[in-house]
Design a protein around this ligand. Structure first.
Ligand SMILES: [Mg+2]
Length: 349
């Protein structure tokens, strides 16, 4: 297994309710099995308590024969990864994605077809606007509209009244047809969240993401029961166990799945399946990811009709992305037709 670390600058700094970031760090992994190889990548973040150092440290402990004798046995791969250490989900995602790339290349299918997808090769994605002044927020919204985006995700959670004004200003600026999503990143109390969601209803926002603290599952359910807008879990659902909890308690209407939280596609499939069985839709989101793992998220979106939304936009803001080939037309992110992820990286050389 080979690894390469890329520290990329963001085009503009990105502020959310829990902090601010100027860089995006990604670690690429190449796994070779016989004549075939697959590539994946990890994007460490506070959400999964990982850094470049922890990812590199974890990957250094992954045995060379991680795929074992049966390369299709992803459960076995994850058992071996979990035996190294718990957590480290972004590092595990890199290995998982590389193996799915390898397996689908071997069958000469784009990954979404390998996963059984029948919904075509593209999906509407939003573009996220961090917490900025009302003027800058509106300026960015207009710019993204011109770039072709027809869905926008606005970060909120620092100041409720200002948040409502900013979202309303974006709605005015882009008109009624653009889909608006809002993410509070745990910034509100239950009472604030309910008030905020009532205001969002009048602005025709389709979902409000993680309004309260990740550990406040009871509060999340209270918001969900009183909100006129669908509530989505993000930080409070990292793995299959968390997903089971919010599904059992009917604490949310939607779940944001991110491959960096779920240790890759294998458990993302399980979370989405459990959600679908409970009538809960999902979104696939991302961290500060390069095209490589964004492509993995996209292929996963295209594999299931239960995935209602895609929030796959981090690569648009990364300067010098070492991976390429994803296309964006008419507000939609398009998967390459080539086998596997279909992404070109320095590992191909
Ligand atoms: Mg979120």
């Amino acid at each position: 297994m080979e690894t390469r670390t890329f520290i990329s600058k963001r085009r503009c700094s990105f502020r959310i309710a829990t902090g601010c970031s100027d860089t995006a760090e990604n670690i690429m992994v190449k796994i070779v099995a016989g004549d075939d190889f697959g590539i994946g990548s990890a994007s460490p973040s506070d959400v999964t308590h990982e850094t470049v150092k922890t990812v590199e440290g974890f990957l250094a402990k992954v045995p060379k024969k991680i795929v074992g004798t049966d390369e299709g046995d992803l459960s076995g791969v994850h058992r071996r990864l979990d035996a190294i250490a718990p957590g480290n989900t972004a590092a595990k995602a890199a290995v998982d994605i590389a193996i799915y790339d390898l397996l689908s290349k071997r069958e000469r299918k784009p990954l979404h077809k390998y996963l059984g997808g029948t919904r075509g090769d593209s999906v509407l994605t939003d573009m996220t606007i961090g917490i900025e002044s009302k003027e800058v927020t509106v300026k960015r919204a207009r710019k993204h509209y011109k770039e072709g985006f027809r869905a926008l995700k606005i970060k909120v959670g620092l100041d409720l009244d200002d948040d409502v004004r900013r979202v309303a200003a974006v709605r005015n600026a882009v008109g009624p047809k653009v889909q608006l999503r809002v993410d509070a990143n745990q910034g509100y109390s239950v009472e604030q969240a309910v008030r905020f969601c009532e205001a969002m209803k009048t602005i025709d926002v389709v979902l409000v993401e993680q309004p309260v603290k990740a550990e406040d599952y009871a509060g999340l359910k209270k918001v969900k029961d009183r909100s006129p807008v669908p509530i989505m879990a993000d930080e409070c659902v990292k793995d299959v166990a968390d997903a089971k909890r919010v599904i059992r308690d009917r604490a949310v209407d939607l779940i944001n799945i991110k491959l960096m939280k779920s240790a890759g596609i294998h458990d993302a499939i399980t979370i989405n399946k459990l959600a679908a069985e409970a009538g809960i839709g999902t979104m696939v989101g991302c961290m500060g990811e390069i095209q490589l793992s964004i492509a993995a998220g996209l292929h996963f979106v295209l594999s299931s009709d239960n995935i209602k939304y895609a929030d796959l936009d981090s690569h648009f803001n990364i300067i010098d992305d070492p991976s390429s080939r994803l296309e964006f037309t008419d507000g939609r992110l398009r998967a390459p037709g080539a086998p596997g992820l279909g992404i070109t990286t320095p590992f191909d050389e």
